[in-house]
Design a protein around this ligand. Structure first.
Ligand code: BES
Ligand code: MN
Ligand code: ZN
Length: 484
């Protein structure tokens, strides 16, 4: 899809040449609308009860008097923020979904800034995505091929930046969604590795993929313990984006890449087990972020690490009570084989030390407890570093991709103690998302660190079942903010 900018003089919005014109209303009076002709149409619709200035409401008119475009959609946003704008634009695009418009022009009753332009691209890209890899009969993506943002001359520069950023983030989100939506028998660890290698070729990134033998040699006993139950080859994927001088400490992203989580010997109930194909959502979002960053080329260094394998029960699988030695040398008693994410992540977190990172952020669909705590709106953010937490708060606001800080007090570490190893891989049921984070914390002493639990935000269940591509927006904004 193609995104453009058109400088539109105040009052000339109705003259925009497009198949459809979308006007986003931020306020609750027709006078504020960006064109007198459109204001008149809306005044009529208000009088007849066909429209109201309530967020979510839209007005669709065909061949409206005085409007050059054959279709007009007015959408109420109930505010002027990028968030309100994105929601209203999503509703307007929904109205046009089944119609024939190929080119839409979008205007608003308020000033469009960088964040609005970025939000426009994301809204359009989200609306257009259709999963078809294993369902070629799925309805074709709509006709929509071009979106033109109508902005005042003075706002063009900021909007242009937003469009570019939005296109990169949207491509990353779409990649993450597509990877996570593909079933476990398609999106294997090898397929993830192949995808990253492809990105490497396209964007000139260094990519290294370690096989079972390589990680055995390194001593990744925790990662290997999870991988040993499956005959599917595990892959430990490392990719470098280099946008700054060699000596500049990199940002390191680590993504949980369990391409299917059955629970292993501590097997999960059958209901909804299919959704555990999404258990590589952390990996997908790290790969999506790598794509976005490689396209935007900020002046910084980035390393992405994806430990990828399946978690299956078998004659070679780990058993409850088994003790393994992690890459860090610390021993782990595996009391529950379904707490596998932290086992593959802890070795990746130790591996990250070799890059002497400026900071490490891991991203994982780690705990059902996080879904209980935060539901499906906020990702869980865990860090002892107040400055990092503040940066994530800012990135979340900028990206419209929210996260919520959770506690990490020393007291929670108690639950991981055991008589048989340096730590157990599970604690008590209560506070399960926090003890999981405390487990990871034991491997992160050498650098600044934050952990995102995206178990509630990486995908949707029910009739709208599918990956969201979150938190690619959050991560991309966070990484961009680290540029010199
Ligand atoms: N991948 C799951 C977490 C998960 C469960 C995400 C449900 C989204 C929905 C993870 O590997 C897991 O199984 N965690 C266990 C940990 C427990 C055994 C301490 C969980 O949350 O039940
Ligand atoms: Mn599990
Ligand atoms: Zn898992």
């Amino acid at each position: 899809m193609d995104f453009r900018l058109h400088k539109s003089a105040p009052g000339a919005v109705a003259e925009a040449a497009a198949d459809a014109l979308i006007v986003i209303a931020g306020g609750d009076t027709p006078q504020a609308l960006p064109d007198a002709r459109i204001a008149a149409l809306v005044r009529d619709a208000l009088a007849s009860g066909d429209f109201a200035f309530k967020p979510g409401r839209t007005l669709y008119l065909q061949r409206a008097a005085g409007v050059a475009a054959p279709r007009l959609v007015v959408a109420a946003a109930g505010g002027e923020t990028a968030k309100a704008f994105k929601k209203a634009l999503g509703a307007a695009l929904g109205v046009l979904k089944e119609l024939g418009a190929r080119h839409v022009a979008v205007a608003a009753s308020f000033k469009l800034e960088t964040a609005h332009a970025e939000a426009a691209v994301l809204a359009a890209s989200e609306a257009r995505y259709v999963y078809r890899h294993t369902k070629p009969s799925a309805p074709k993506d709509g006709a929509l091929a071009r979106l033109t943002l109508l902005v005042a001359d003075a706002d063009a520069k900021a909007a242009r930046k937003g469009l570019a950023q939005g296109e990169a983030v949207a491509a990353g989100v779409t990649l993450a969604r597509e990877l996570a939506n593909r079933p476990g028998n398609h999106c294997t660890p090898s397929y993830l590795a192949q995808t990253v290698r492809g990105l490497g070729k396209e964007h000139d990134l260094e990519v290294k993929v370690l096989d079972r033998k390589d990680v055995e040699k390194l001593g990744m006993g925790a990662f290997l313990a999870v991988a040993q139950g499956s005959s599917e080859a595990p892959k430990f994927i490392v990719a470098h984006y280099r946008g700054a001088a060699k000596g500049v400490a990199p940002v390191v992203l680590v993504g949980k890449g369990i391409t299917f989580d059955s629970g292993g010997i501590s097997i999960k109930p059958s209901a909804e087990m299919d959704e555990m194909k999404f258990d590589m959502g952390g990996a997908a979002s790290v790969i999506g972020t790598l794509r976005a960053i490689a396209e935007l080329k900020p002046k910084l260094n980035l390393v992405c690490i994806v430990p990828a394998c399946e978690n299956l029960p078998s004659g070679t699988a780990i058993k409850p009570g088994d003790v393994v030695t992690s890459l860090s040398g610390q021993t782990i008693e595996i009391l529950n084989t379904d707490a596998e994410g932290r086992l593959i992540l802890c070795d990746a977190l130790t591996y990250a030390e070799r890059f002497e990172p400026a900071m490490v952020v891991d991203v994982a669909t780690l705990t059902g407890a996080c879904v209980v705590a935060l539901g499906h709106h906020h990702s869980g953010l865990f860090t002892a570093d107040d400055a990092l937490a503040a940066q994530f708060g800012q990135a979340a606001a900028d990206a419209l991709d929210p996260c919520w800080r959770m506690p990490l007090d020393e007291e929670y570490d108690e639950g991981l103690k055991t008589n048989f190893a340096d730590m157990a891989n599970v604690g008590p049921r209560a506070g399960g998302a926090i003890t999981a984070a405390m487990f990871l914390r034991r491997f992160t002493g050498k650098y600044r660190w934050a952990h995102l639990d995206i178990a509630g935000t990486a995908w949707k269940s029910g009739t709208a079942k599918g990956a969201t591509g979150r938190p690619v927006g959050l991560l991309t904004h966070f990484v961009l903010a680290q540029a010199a």
